[in-house]
Design a binder for this molecule. Structure first.
Ligand code: SF4
Ligand code: SF4
Ligand code: FES
Length: 229
């Protein structure tokens, strides 16, 4: 992982042409397909995408159909190449994205009313947007909350494993205080070495988290921080 090469002015690539929803689009060869689609003004659903970082490709939301492929492709990790024919809309894509939301929610606590991110949560938005109202075979993780840090609490039951908190801390702040670790059968975000978090406590990891997995110990359960802005 690292900062996206497309943001590096030293990187040069040849211009190519591809088709998106029937319209010709010019892009740089090898750039994330998601970025090329966004450059046309279309915003397709995405949760683990962040314009700053190399794509992580974990949420399964940014699906598009590429001519010649049977299954939808993740547009954030797919690279634009010359002659690609891409479709970004359709009931098949809606249903595939809905399935991805259901998969996340099937292991996610339904504790929105007491979650700091309630009303400002990308998973909640995706569930609403895709009409997710019924979850078959839901199974909670029941991971104990990590309250060892003096400021931030980590609720890994809510984590969708997008890696944005880890990336912002490592590549933007250059502090590198967080990591993924397999614990209790789940891939969890933990402070480096799985010790109590010791860092600058800038809060940027909390700010980029698309759900409510990282919370401010002092405001938790008192108010929704995004409503105070
Ligand atoms: S508060 Fe800032 S320094 Fe600490 S883990 Fe989060 S992003 Fe890194
Ligand atoms: S804690 Fe939040 S930002 Fe970090 S990986 Fe989980 S969902 Fe993503
Ligand atoms: S945004 Fe592409 S997989 Fe998450």
């Amino acid at each position: 992982m690292g900062l996206k090469s497309a943001t590096n002015p030293d990187v040069e690539a040849v211009a190519i042409e591809l088709s998106i929803d029937g319209k010709p689009v010019t892009a740089k060869d090898g750039v994330s397909l998601y970025d090329v689609i966004s450059s046309t003004g279309k915003i397709i659903p995405a949760m683990c995408y962040h314009y700053t970082f190399d794509p992580f490709g974990s949420c399964g939301m940014c699906l598009v159909m590429q001519e010649g492929k049977k299954a939808p492709v993740r547009s954030c990790t797919a690279k634009a190449t010359a002659g690609m024919i891409i479709r970004t809309e359709g009931d098949d894509l809606f249903q595939a994205r809905k399935k991805a939301v259901e998969k996340h929610l099937s292991v996610h606590p339904l504790d929105c009313p007491v979650c700091d991110a309630d009303g400002h949560c990308e998973l909640q938005d995706m569930a609403f947007r895709h009409g997710v109202t019924n979850l078959a075979n839901a199974k909670q993780k029941f991971i104990p909350e990590d309250t060892r840090s003096p400021v931030l609490d980590f609720n890994m039951n809510r984590c969708i494993a997008c890696a944005e908190c880890i990336n912002v801390c490592k590549d933007v702040l250059l502090i590198d205080a967080l990591q993924f670790m397999k614990k209790g059968g789940f891939n969890q975000v933990v402070p480096k070495g799985d010790l109590a978090l010791s860092c600058e406590f800038c809060g940027d990891c909390l700010a980029v988290c698309p759900v409510g997995a990282i919370t401010n110990k002092f405001s938790k359960y008192l108010y929704k921080p995004w409503q105070m802005k």
